[in-house]
Write a protein that binds this ligand. Sequence first.
Ligand code: BGC
Length: 417
Amino acid sequence: MSLVLDLPRHFLWGAATSAHQTEGDNTRSNWWHLETMANSPFKERSGRAVDSYRRYREDMRLLRDAGLDSYRFSVEWARIEPEPGEIDQVQLDHYRAMIEAAFELGLTPVVTLHHFTSPLWFFQNGGWAIPDAVDAFAAYVEAVSPIVEDVPWICTINEPNMIALLANMSAKVAATESAPSTLDSRPVAALASPAPSDAVTRILVEAHRRAVDILHAKTKAQVGWTVSCQGFEPEPGGEETCASIKWSWEDRYLEVSRGDDFVGVQSYTTRRVGSSGPLAYAEEERQTMTGWPVRPDVVGVSIRNAWQVSGGVPILVTENGIACTDDRDRIAYMEGALRALESASSAGADVRGYLHWSALDNYEWGEWGPTFGLIAVDRDTFCRSPRPSLDWLGGCARAHRERWDAGCLARDSSAHP
Ligand code: BGC
């Protein structure tokens, strides 16, 4: 049975994807290059992904028919600007059509401008490691701004902390000349690695700030970035290390959100920290298909932390989910997560929405094994099969609206747009 939760009236109920993980044939991006190069660090290629470049309307309709009211997706910089300074109007039109499809179906679009992938030329010029990155990103944001003019929520950069972390991991791999296969591509799993790069972080912060200014000037959107929240927990004796890791891997990015319109909280599991750093999961804890402990409660911890560190910036849960083989586990996970979210909201955090990761099974950064989707996809026929969890989450959304429409929920929504 779906839940009826005490949440604000205009709370968004939705699901999320990213372009590279779902569209297919994203041939101009750095990830495509890394996937297809000789001695690729990745096990599998994205290929045609789940063909959402063509099937996005069907994807959105499934979400809407289930009762959800919002969809987070990303636009692909490498398609829009395949060569430096060359803006492809056909691709801008494509993403505009996606935004309009969402509006037509009654879904609130939440659009991400950068979700891990960049054009190959940007990557080959030095990517986020060189200050020129800020101008390059700003020019791209300028080019996109006309098509997102009426989008209510825009995420500038997805998980800058993971981008900065991966930058240091690649540096470590290059320095030790270890085989590229030792590089674990899955961002949240990539924790047994050096801390996020300081230099890259500073560039990302500047790029975010420039993007916020452009988007405030040119659109009506509420703008923020999304942070990977790890739910760090100290082992006895690891308290000091944990506090310092929590700041450099998570809180410094939440602090950047002070003054933004919102911050995106992305939470999956927890990570214990000992005196020498984050600890690997014990075999018995590795319960999901990505090898993470099942900890739906952590989203509540992450929301409270983001609320406190950002100094009270409104929160969207822009990702939360589980890769599992049994869909009943997904429902149980969402139930725990939503209860934790409700409790953080009741305690005062201004939480504006929950966007489940993911709408569809998709390319999990190097492999196809882990299935995160509310909708299963046959990768030969691209046939979509909604799982019971989609109806379950849609049921929560429907129940929420019905209760509000019937005047049964008392929470004042006046502060919400
Ligand atoms: C990323 C997603 C990814 C998910 C699960 C997040 O860090 O934003 O792209 O699929 O985690 O690993």
